[in-house]
Ligand binder design. Structure first.
Ligand code: AMP
Length: 244
């Protein structure tokens, strides 16, 4: 079981790498993006969406209490039994401590932290040119990953949108929050499970570096002693069931 934490400033490529990683991994695991979950709540007009809409549009962080609650509910679901990948969580030291507690309760391992490091000036340029399809969620970039027809999703013909918080002034605030509040979270993780990856290079190059790291953990897991008696395999699987 692998718990992967994709870490890095907004716009560093977590979403793009996350998709490639889950397609590549031998076991099916979900990607959990707290940002996507919150945008989903806003789009559906739920009470949580209404509560968080203005905070997100202003580029501020949603309270630890709210985010921790949605995270806990999500990783307790059965599709997380083989592990999962987090994108955009934890973003504060309090969230990292909370995650430790929940992982221990669920009998899950310490995360492997993949830190995509990209200089701030590169990030601003990347984010102002980001577009997404509001229907299927596919991401584009008007400079580097253009749709076939300007402003239209290749997959479903929907008009592309820009995220409310991808405005230059708000991007700068988000980057400051990252530097002040989120980056310090890295000191929370042990050195042997933390990997800093320069994220400025091509998508493929970054992905290859990530797969080399993950291959080591997959090999370790394959070599780890399994339960001895055949019937105990079921017991181990049951013990790994989420606590509800
Ligand atoms: P993202 O898509 O990860 O860039 O997240 C978009 C926005 O959602 C952030 O700027 C925050 O307002 C909010 N958000 C997402 N994840 C978290 C989190 N772990 N803690 C607090 N706020 C979050």
């Amino acid at each position: 079981m692998l718990v992967i934490l994709l870490f890095g400033p907004p716009g560093c490529g977590k979403g793009t790498q996350g998709k490639l990683i889950v397609e590549w991994l031998p076991a099916r695991i979900p990607t959990i993006s707290t940002g996507d979950m919150l945008r989903g709540e806003i789009a559906a007009g739920t009470p949580l969406g209404l509560q968080t809409k203005s905070v997100i549009a202003a580029g501020n962080l949603v309270s630890d209490e709210l985010v921790n609650q949605i995270l806990r509910a999500r990783i307790s679901r059965p599709d997380c039994q083989n592990g999962f990948m987090l994108d955009g969580y934890p973003r504060t030291v309090e969230q990292a401590e909370y995650l430790d507690t929940v992982l221990a309760e669920l009998g899950m391992p310490t995360p492997v932290v993949l830190h995509l490091d990209v200089p701030a000036d590169v990030l601003v340029g990347r984010m102002v040119s980001r577009r997404n399809c509001p229907k299927c969620g596919r991401m584009y970039n008007v400079l580097t990953m253009k749709p076939k027809v300007d402003g239209i999703c290749d997959d479903d013909g929907t008009a592309l949108a820009t995220r409310a918080d991808d405005r230059e002034d708000i991007i700068r605030d988000r980057l400051k929050t990252y530097a002040d509040v989120t980056r310090p979270v890295l000191s929370h993780y042990p050195g042997d499970r933390y990997f800093q990856i320069p994220g400025e290079r091509s998508t493929q190059y970054v992905f290859e570096e990530i797969t080399e790291i993950l291959e080591r953990f997959l090999a370790e897991e394959a070599a780890a002693p399994k339960a001895t008696a055949p019937e105990s395999a079921n017991a181990a699987a049951e013990a790994a069931q989420p606590v509800r």
